[in-house]
Ligand binder design. Structure first.
Ligand SMILES: CCCCCC/C=C\CCCCCCCCCC(=O)SCCNC(=O)CCNC(=O)[C@H](O)C(C)(C)COP(=O)(O)OP(=O)(O)OC[C@H]1O[C@@H](n2cnc3c(N)ncnc32)[C@H](O)[C@@H]1OP(=O)(O)O
Ligand code: UBL
Length: 273
């Protein structure tokens, strides 16, 4: 039996792909990231009609959460959560967390409280099917290039939180940061909490460096610890208190982050036993 050129090409690809995948760390990284984004875009196609039934509604976030929860198993990422009790607050609150990479979505979906929507950059709204799914789930989009617009959207969010019993999740670093520390915090999340007079609940995801590094193009299996810290109350605070509040919360998060980073896998609490 003679193989055509196309069939030969197919055979070569089928042999070369797994070999390259195992031999080249970078190739593996690109494949895993491409599949991550592609899979989310595909899942969104399924999520859109389900969410569309309710229209734009924060309850749709549960649909996205449910559909994204399995991804950690596909990638062999073990997520350990500590401090669940700190979410036991009935009133609305603002969650602030560190932002290392788009993989944060996995940790976020692991613990996302009910009726909680993230604040995201406006560009995400144009990310095809994922953008539409986010819009249907009530994600709040801000234009980072227009400070006044972003502030007015967040001020409106403070009213919505109280009127419609909604919680908001903000990444106060304002951008992804994989430097192994925390960037200075932007103050929007804290103005939001003070305006609504609701607590701020800090969440810290441990460093991904053991299993993921964009610079080194490394992406293996691994473990991440997510810590929910005790809420910080804002009752009675005014906008003058925001800088101190932001610094205090950043200090708490930095301490937790450093502590978690010094716990190596296999040693101490949170290690693989
Ligand atoms: C099943 C399939 C599913 C498919 C889809 C699934 C996908 C996803 C599911 C959903 C999950 C989505 C998750 C998405 C995560 C995306 C994360 C991001 O996009 S992070 C980037 C966006 N977020 C942020 O930027 C938040 C933090 N930023 C801020 O808080 C900023 O302050 C700002 C954006 C409000 C303004 O920034 P900037 O223009 O840089 O200006 P600043 O210097 O920060 O502020 C200027 C002064 O204004 C004061 N300020 C800020 N906010 C307020 C306010 N609300 N009220 C009053 N004043 C405010 C600020 O304090 C500054 O004044 P100063 O005197 O200097 O303190
Ligand atoms: C037809 C159009 C196709 C568009 C294709 C877009 C591909 C994107 C595919 C899937 C979306 C995955 C959703 C991941 C959500 C996480 C978002 C995220 O982490 O955004 C980064 C943002 O916080 C900070 O951005 P910068 O670090 O400032 O930058």
């Amino acid at each position: 039996m003679e193989l055509s050129v196309a069939q030969w090409l197919l055979v070569v690809c089928l042999v070369a792909f797994p070999l390259l995948y195992e031999w080249s760390v970078s190739f593996k990284y690109f494949c895993k990231m491409a599949f991550y984004n592609g899979w989310i875009l595909t899942l969104a196609i399924l999520a859109i009609p389900i969410c569309a039934v309710r229209g734009r509604n924060v309850e749709n976030m549960k649909v996205l959460q449910f559909m994204l929860l399995h991804i950690k198993y596909l990638y062999g990422i073990k997520i350990e959560v500590r401090g669940w009790e700190n979410f036991n607050i009935k009133e609305p609150y603002v969650v602030v967390s560190n932002h290392q990479s788009s993989l944060d979505l996995l940790g976020m979906m692991e613990i996302l409280p009910s009726r909680c929507v993230p604040i995201a950059k406006r560009e995400l709204m144009y990310a095809g099917t994922a953008g539409l799914a986010c819009w249907l789930a009530g994600v709040i989009f801000i234009n980072r290039k227009k400070t006044d617009d972003a502030i007015s959207v967040m001020t409106e969010a403070a009213e919505t939180m109280l009127k419609e019993d909604v919680r908001v999740w903000v990444f106060p670093e304002g951008t992804r940061n994989h430097s192994g520390s925390l960037l200075p915090f932007k103050r929007g999340a804290f103005h939001l909490a003070v305006k609504a007079q609701v607590p701020v609940i800090p969440v810290v995801m441990s460093s991904y460096k053991d299993f993921y590094c964009k610079k080194e193009r490394k992406f293996t299996t691994g473990k991440c610890t997510v810590r929910i810290l005790p809420g910080v109350h804002t009752k009675g605070l005014s906008s003058d208190d925001v800088p101190e509040l932001a610094d205090r919360v950043r200090g708490m998060m930095l301490e937790a982050f450093s502590q978690m980073s010094s716990e190596r896998p296999g040693k101490g609490p949170g290690g693989v036993h």
